[in-house]
Unconditional design. Structure first.
Length: 509
């Protein structure tokens, strides 16, 4: 009898909390990797002889593979089984990380980053969908997703600290090698501890046209925004990527509505609650990624912080996220509707972002940046936790992988859009400011001062847009998300009710 068969449906797994530890460790590794490598970019570029024009591919190769293959990865998890996909993803990610750390030229580095993205796209939705099908008790689900949400939200800032330490005291290659022990421990633990509930696989034939159209469409979209950041929005290839993405994704929707076993069943995204979650998360992440980029540059270039000091400067935001996720979100998600946590959470984060619009060259870290980070962390942590839970709540077990993939897709696409869009706004505002003020700067020191003032002016202009995005995310949540208490229904064959009353918990056999 297989391990899956020994697990009776509807009976909580005795090892579920041990499994959570290894799932959380894998999630931490993936989130860390998104920022830890950024700190090492200058050193890696110099050692490998990568040109300034090509260095963006260290980030872009990963983003394209990860963002483009997430839906496919989620479907594979539903087909193979989440445990198998999870362990395979971990082993592959470790191998790709070893290849990146041992890279001797730019081609080897770019290939390693693309492979990391491929296996990350398999690993990330498998991790979240495992939580979705293993934790069905109301209070336990709240605690599990509180821990997961805190890691998902705060791991990126931890990556800045770890990346700074490894690069400064060891070597840039260790920003890749550090993934290997994470992956080995998580894979070994998952292999021996995780047991999936019975009857959760989707054994339908693979939707090949859907895979091709969704992958090409998402790759074109992510690459379009990435290229817009460096080449401008009017660049012919940038425009061509956006047009191609729109055509491909539209064709994907048409195909999914007609095929018997779609890659992305439209029932997953047309549910108003899940649709509202995906949309609001994507918009909020757009704002957060832009802020993350601007604050990193502000602290290092304007304030003169070292990479390590910059990483530690983000710790209040991590603390805020953990408190918001585990102490506020997890405690209240079984008592109040999700919109009453997510909406106010996004507005609190918008308040923190609003403080950052007051940034100046001489702004105090303790007086301005610290309280802003605390508010951002508290707000996003409070909003993320019920969002992570509700995004997979009520889906049929066979759809858990692809529903989880949609959470990651909204975050990945939102991050790409946020980095490109807000960076373009900031750059335009900086250029205009310097052009208007540089003429009155007589000395070289005055000209440098104008350049720094222009940089900060650009950041604050873009941050105003980020404030608006967080407010928009709150409005979307209040307007669309009308489910009852997000912890009140188990993952099963019934979708949560459309009204405010919770659905009856159902576990599919």
């Amino acid at each position: 009898m297989s391990e899956t068969a020994r697990k009776a449906p509807g009976v909580p797994d005795a090892n579920r909390w041990k499994a959570l530890a290894f799932i959380a460790l894998a999630q931490l590794m993936v989130v860390l990797d998104a920022t830890i490598v950024n700190i090492a970019l200058p050193s890696a570029q110099q050692d490998l002889g990568i040109s300034d024009g090509n260095r963006q591919w260290i980030v872009t190769a990963y983003a394209l593979a990860f963002g483009g293959l997430l839906l496919f990865g989620g479907r594979i998890a539903d087909l193979w089984g989440r445990k198998r996909a999870f362990v395979t993803g971990l082993i592959g990610f470790a191998g790709a990380s070893a290849l990146g750390g041992a890279a001797t030229n730019e081609a080897m580095m770019f290939g390693a980053r693309a492979l990391q993205g491929v296996f990350g796209a398999l690993l990330a939705p498998a991790a979240l969908s495992l939580l979705a099908v293993m934790f069905t008790d109301v209070k336990e689900r709240a605690r599990a997703f509180g821990i997961y949400g805190a890691i998902a939200g705060g791991g990126g800032a931890v990556g800045l600290i770890l990346g700074g330490v490894l690069t400064e005291y060891l070597d840039w290659r260790w920003t890749f090698f550090v993934n290997i022990p994470f992956a080995i421990v998580a894979a070994a633990g998952a292999y021996f501890v995780i047991r999936e509930p019975e009857g959760g696989r989707n054994r339908s034939s693979l939707d090949v046209p859907g895979v091709i159209l969704s992958t090409l469409g998402l790759v074109a979209l992510v690459y379009g925004f990435t290229r817009a950041e460096s080449n401008g929005w009017g660049d012919s290839l940038t425009v061509g990527m956006f047009v191609a993405s729109a055509v491909l994704l539209l064709a994907f929707v048409v195909i999914e509505a007609r095929v018997k076993a779609p890659l992305l069943p439209l029932r997953v995204v047309t549910d108003r609650n899940r649709g509202g979650i995906y949309l609001s998360l994507g918009i909020a992440i757009t704002a957060m990624f832009g802020m993350f980029l601007f604050l990193t540059y502000y602290l290092q270039i304007v304030k003169g912080f070292t990479p390590i000091k910059t990483g530690f400067a983000f710790l209040p935001m991590i603390a805020g996220m953990m408190i918001g996720s585990t102490q506020i979100g997890a405690r209240l998600m079984t008592r109040v509707p999700a919109r009453l946590l997510m909406g106010p959470g996004f507005l609190v984060a918008a308040g923190g972002m609003l403080l950052l619009t007051r940034l100046e060259i001489g702004s105090s870290y303790a007086g301005l940046i610290l309280p802003a980070m605390l508010l951002l962390g508290l707000g996003m942590g409070t909003a993320f936790m019920p969002a992570m839970s509700l995004a997979t709540l009520g889906v049929e077990p066979r759809d858990a992988g692809v529903a989880s993939a949609m959470v990651n897709t909204s975050q990945q696409v939102g991050g790409a859009i946020g980095t490109a869009l807000l960076n373009t706004i900031a750059a335009s505002a900086t250029t205009a400011y310097v052009k208007d003020h540089i003429g009155s700067a007589a000395s070289r020191s005055q000209q440098q001062l104008v350049q720094l003032e222009g940089m900060v002016h650009g950041y604050t202009n873009a941050i105003w847009f980020a404030v608006g995005m967080l407010v928009l995310a709150a409005v979307i949540v209040v307007a669309l998300v009308n489910a009852g208490r997000p912890g009140s229904s188990a993952v099963g064959g019934a979708t949560a009710g459309a009204g405010d009353e919770p659905a009856v918990p159902v576990i599919s056999p």
